[in-house]
Design a protein. Structure first.
Length: 202
């Protein structure tokens, strides 16, 4: 997808940064969005690991997370330095940094949870931004894990995954083969296409 370059990131960064001190005074809509979003974040209950708030602004959403889960390890990030400073000053237990949602300044598999509020309307290439979220999220956030081999069950158990979350469902490829084996053997497709036994390779 070709990004629509209708958003001047440099100008946006400068504007938000210079108005960070007065932002909360006028951000009534954004505050309402934070309230509605937080009510739906049941996923945060009993969640461990490191949480990232992308485009934290003055830290309104992050502050709610900290209030309800004081032990939650938190990183707040904003493209506008003034916003980052504002959030950091109100969230002394959080780590803070400047960063762009399109190119997050973190290693892969760093966070167990990523949240964001009123940010992505300012991003000119959403696929890139969403790929970045996927990159920095760890692969251990699933509540249920379905495996196709006993080896996978053993590997997950060794990684410390709760055995109650692991479900061995069998080898889906073999199950599919057995389910359609008779139909495949009686199919007329090979004859129609001139394929003879032992006359081809996969």
């Amino acid at each position: 997808m070709v990004p629509v370059n209708a958003i001047d990131s440099s100008q946006m960064r400068e504007n938000f940064s210079s108005h960070a001190r007065d932002y909360d005074r006028y951000a009534s809509v954004q505050k309402r969005v934070v309230e509605l979003l937080y009510r739906r974040l049941s996923i945060l209950e009993n969640r461990t690991g490191l949480l990232l708030d992308i485009g934290t602004g003055t830290g309104a959403l992050a502050a709610k997370v900290v209030k309800s889960a004081p032990e939650q390890k938190l990183v707040v990030m904003d493209i506008a330095h003034g916003m980052t400073l504002s959030a950091a000053s109100s969230l002394p237990t959080a780590s803070a940094c400047d960063g762009d949602a399109r190119a997050l300044p973190f290693a892969a598999d760093t966070f167990t949870t990523v949240v964001s509020s009123s940010v992505y309307q300012w991003v000119d290439c959403l696929p890139s931004a969403f790929e970045e979220i996927n990159r920095v999220l760890t692969d251990s956030i699933s509540d249920l894990l379905f495996t196709t081999s006993r080896d996978a069950v053993e590997n997950l158990t060794r990684e410390g995954i709760d055995p109650k979350a692991i479900h061995f469902v069998g080898n889906t490829m073999i199950d599919t083969l057995r389910r359609f084996e008779n139909e495949a053997r009686s199919s007329e497709a090979p004859r129609r296409h001139g394929i003879v036994e032992d006359g081809y390779a996969l």
